[in-house]
Each structure stands twice: as structure tokens, then as C-alpha cells.
Design a protein around this ligand. Structure first.
Ligand code: GLN
Length: 304
């Protein structure tokens, strides 16, 4: 497969989409990002890396961090997790409140905000130094010790966190949050604020693509079966109320974030990360979605 040519053809073919959509502005720091950037990196499980354009520029990974926090939580508490969070697609916006109230404080899945706030709460209860543990896990996955939180983005999000604060209050009311609400929000925003490039994200997702390889990063271990189950949740829940559309157009498990990044995997083949800050109205990167659709069209391979 000539991935260099495929990436360069994709780059040319997405150009007509330039200027469509806008970057997330409910987090003031994200509104400052130059929206007209695009990067893409693909790494095969045998370790070849292919990149194009702004693939080495770091950006706010936002909800892509939910894959890392789920992996950490799954490794610490195993199937106990599913007593407090479901594994069904929500069909609702990532920050929706309505479903949570109707379903009495049990979030549909760990990849929407409510579900990941519960994951954050579990990590706070179970780990002695949760912030240190989380970042060392991500650094180990990406094999890069320089990856870090961005306090500026985390604080900026806290200042305008009306919806997430409402969500965590509903969760607390229904008894699904053990820790102090402020601590849970702080840790959740910290995890969302991590900055990584496409190349770093592609590297960090290789262990999810290569699920037959032993998973042991910074002391965090998962079985092959647990990794496959995480991939199943990426497939069904990775794109909020656009999970069906992504499955239809792209056909790979993945996870998006409002920073404009998307990471996806082709099991036992490759991991891929794209980034472009302009989002559609569901909160997913317009150019990123198209680039991945073109990837599985041009390679004629998806998981289906
Ligand atoms: N930090 C963001 C929020 O909680 C993450 C949302 C996202 O990337 N979809 O609203």
C-alpha cells in the first residue's frame, strides 16, 4: 500500500472543504487556535509512520483523552466499571443532560461527558496520584515524555463549564459521584487539556490497533479481550450522535475531540490520527472526517 501517495491525494481532495465550519469556541482558549490547519499521520503495526502537513503540531486532544482514561480505569477496576456507566451509544450530544436525568444518573457510555466524569471520579477514588498516573500512562503509550497537560486550556474550560458542572451535579444527586464535584471537574478538564500532535496520537493508538501485543504501559495492563472491547465502544460510541455516520462513511473504531482531532484504528493494520480545528455541528472535525472517509475508500479496506 502506497500510504505516502494516499495521504497526499487525500490532502489535495479535502481542500474544497477549507473554510467550512468553525473551531469550538465554548472553550475560550480553543477559539484562539488558527482554524486553517490540517495534519494527518498513519502508523502501521510494523512501525512505519506516514505523515502530511501539520502532523507535528500539538493541539488540544479534548475528548480523545476519554480513550486513555477508559483504558486506565478498565485496567484498575475491570468490569466493576459497568455498574456505574453503560456501553450503549447515546444518540445525543456529548454534553447532553436530558438522557442522564431520565436514566437516573447512569451515563450511556464512557465516551460522552457524563460517562467520562464518572470515569474521572473512579480514578480519583482508586489512585493515589491520579494526575501523575494519567499523564505517565499517556506518555508511555506515545513513547514521548514531553507530552503534558495545558493548564491554560483546563482553566479556560473551567471558567465556562456551565454544562459540565450541571452534569456532574446530576450525577452526584443520583449517587454516582463519590468525590468532591470541584475535584472531579478539575481532573476531567486536565485530562481533556492534554496536547499531542497527530504523529504522537497515531503512536499512542498503536496498542489498540495491535491488540495481540501484550498491553503494559507505565504499569497499566489490559488483556487482548479488554482492548477489543474498548475498540467496540470506540466503534459504537466514539462520535456522539454521529457514531452511525462515522461508521457508515469511514468504518473504523475511533474517537473525536472538539479540538478538531480524530484518532482511529484498523485492527491489526494501522492507527491513524487527523486534525483540523473546524467542526461540524455535532462537534467533529469536517476535514478530519472527510480525510478518514477517503482513507478507507482509497485503501478499499475498513473493518467491514
Ligand atoms: N472538554 C470538552 C467538554 O467537556 C470535551 C468535549 C469533546 O471533545 N467532545 O466539553
Amino acid at each position: 500500500m502506497d500510504y505516502n501517495k494516499i495521504l497526499s491525494d487525500i490532502y489535495d481532495e479535502i481542500q474544497p472543504l477549507a473554510g467550512q465550519g468553525k473551531q469550538a469556541d465554548y472553550i475560550p482558549e480553543l477559539a484562539k487556535v488558527d482554524p486553517d490547519q490540517f495534519g494527518m499521520s498513519l502508523e502501521t503495526i510494523s512501525g512505519e509512520m506516514y505523515s502530511i502537513s501539520d502532523a507535528d503540531v500539538r493541539f488540544s486532544i479534548q475528548s480523545i483523552s476519554k480513550v486513555f482514561s477508559l483504558a486506565l480505569c478498565f485496567s484498575v477496576v475491570g468490569d466493576e466499571l459497568w455498574k456505574r456507566v453503560g456501553k450503549e451509544p447515546s444518540g445525543a450530544a456529548f454534553n447532553s443532560l436530558i438522557q442522564l436525568e431520565i436514566e437516573k444518573g447512569i451515563p450511556r457510555n464512557p465516551f460522552i461527558n457524563s460517562g467520562n466524569l464518572v470515569v474521572a471520579d473512579i480514578l480519583l477514588s482508586k489512585l493515589e496520584y491520579p494526575e501523575e498516573k494519567f499523564i505517565s500512562f499517556v506518555r508511555s503509550l506515545a513513547q514521548n515524555e514531553e507530552i503534558d497537560y495545558c493548564m491554560r486550556v483546563a482553566h479556560s474550560e473551567r471558567e465556562k463549564s456551565y454544562l459540565n458542572a450541571a452534569i456532574v451535579n446530576i450525577l452526584k444527586y443520583y449517587g454516582n459521584i463519590e468525590n468532591d464535584i470541584e475535584r472531579v471537574l478539575h481532573f476531567y478538564f486536565m485530562m481533556c487539556s492534554v496536547e499531542m500532535s497527530c504523529a504522537e496520537l497515531a503512536r499512542a493508538f498503536i496498542p489498540f490497533a495491535n491488540h495481540k501485543m501484550p498491553f503494559d504501559y507505565a504499569g497499566v495492563t489490559l488483556t487482548s479481550s479488554q482492548i477489543k472491547r474498548m475498540n467496540a465502544i470506540m466503534q459504537t460510541c466514539g462520535f456522539y450522535d454521529e457514531a452511525g455516520e462515522f461508521s457508515f462513511l469511514v468504518g473504523l473504531p475511533g474517537k473525536s475531540g472538539v479540538g478538531g482531532g480524530i484518532a482511529a484504528i484498523h485492527p491489526m493494520r494501522y492507527s491513524v490520527a487527523v486534525w483540523s480545528p473546524r467542526l461540524n455541528d455535532k462537534g467533529n472535525s469536517i476535514m478530519g472526517m472527510k480525510a478518514l472517509e477517503l482513507l478507507t475508500t482509497k485503501t478499499e479496506e475498513s473493518i467491514f
